[in-house]
Design a protein around this ligand. Structure first.
Ligand SMILES: [Zn+2]
Length: 56
């Protein structure tokens, strides 16, 4: 499905259900968090990995 990749880059999408969870990938994207998601409270190094990023 074309265009599906963008949402899969979001921490929220990556961690929403166990079948999607790639812990190593999530760890590498959140080992030095600079942003928190206003929607689900997850943290990430880059704003682009969150659906509603807010600077920490
Ligand atoms: Zn979120």
């Amino acid at each position: 499905m074309a265009g599906a990749a963008a949402h899969e880059n979001k921490m929220c999408a990556m961690t929403c259900c166990p079948c999607n969870l790639d812990v190593e990938k999530v760890k590498s994207l959140s080992n030095d968090p600079k942003f928190i998601c206003e929607s689900c409270g997850r943290v990430a190094n880059q704003a682009e990995n969150l659906c509603r990023p807010e600077a920490l």
